[in-house]
Design a protein around this ligand. Structure first.
Ligand SMILES: [Zn+2]
Length: 65
């Protein structure tokens, strides 16, 4: 994982749909859309926790040896 990764997320507000670029450190947190002011939850796809890792494994499983 690169430290400087950026997450791009589209605002769920149908009247806005602004694409926001947030730092990877914002994963799992709420950010405010600069377009409409809505709070958007940033998904955390990869964390070293068992539950999320197993969920990802079901989806892709490319780490299986
Ligand atoms: Zn917005």
């Amino acid at each position: 994982m690169t430290r400087a990764d950026v997450i791009r997320i589209m605002c769920p507000n149908l009247g806005c749909q602004r694409v926001l670029a947030v730092p990877g450190s914002a994963r799992g947190k709420l950010v405010r859309c600069r377009g409409c002011g809505s709070n958007i939850r940033i998904p955390a796809p990869r964390i070293d926790s068992g539950s999320i890792a197993s969920a990802a494994e079901k989806t892709k499983g490319r780490e299986a040896a």
